[in-house]
Ligand binder design. Structure first.
Ligand code: FES
Ligand code: FES
Length: 176
């Protein structure tokens, strides 16, 4: 057993005693009751279970939770699907997912949403040329599996959010 403390969606949790072999996915879902993070393949292959890890250097990246022990997240600051909407108000990305009917069963949605959010933040820090946008979205969402095959709609939703605010996400002079 180990005691872990971490920040989730801006709120401090812990110290909480956990088994050393308890997965982060089980910690979120079973210990904290945060069931928005899904469990799919259990083998780091589908990425439905990813959360956002915010590093002290200001960068963020997604990380699977199914195969990673909760103790590995000790001291970290993470964001989950439950942290996107504020006071019941959806983000532009969430609205775009809905507008595009990007998901059907929704099992993969938390993973796609977290990944796309990281992408948007990366683009806000380092905009890309409009001509590189499609490939940039493709590469960012690559690896996320959707058994309902919503890939194109997820892609379109992310593109819409970027193109709705080109001054923020695209290199100056490259906007459509
Ligand atoms: S459940 Fe974690 S990658 Fe599939
Ligand atoms: S919406 Fe069903 S797996 Fe993606």
């Amino acid at each position: 057993m180990s005691a872990i403390s971490l920040t989730i969606n801006g709120r401090a949790h812990g110290p909480i005693e956990v088994r050393d072999d308890l997965s982060m996915n089980d910690f979120l879902r079973e210990v904290l009751g945060m069931t928005g993070t899904k469990f799919g393949c259990g083998a780091a292959q589908c990425l439905s279970c990813v959360v956002i890890v915010d590093d002290p250097d200001g960068t963020s990246a997604t990380n699977p939770t199914c195969v990673v022990p909760a103790v590995n997240f000790d001291g970290k600051s993470i964001r989950t699907i439950e942290g996107h909407a504020r006071d019941g108000e959806l983000t532009a990305l969430q609205e775009a997912f809905i507008a595009h009917f990007a998901f059907q069963c929704g099992y993969c949605t938390a993973g796609f949403l977290n990944e796309a959010q990281v992408l948007l933040e990366r683009l806000a820090a380092a905009p890309v040329a409009r001509g590189d946008l499609e490939q940039t979205i493709l590469e960012a969402l690559d690896g996320h599996l959707c058994r309902c095959t919503g890939y194109v709609r997820y892609h379109q939703a992310v593109r819409d959010v970027v193109l709705a605010d080109p001054a923020r996400y695209l290199e100056a002079g490259s906007a459509p």
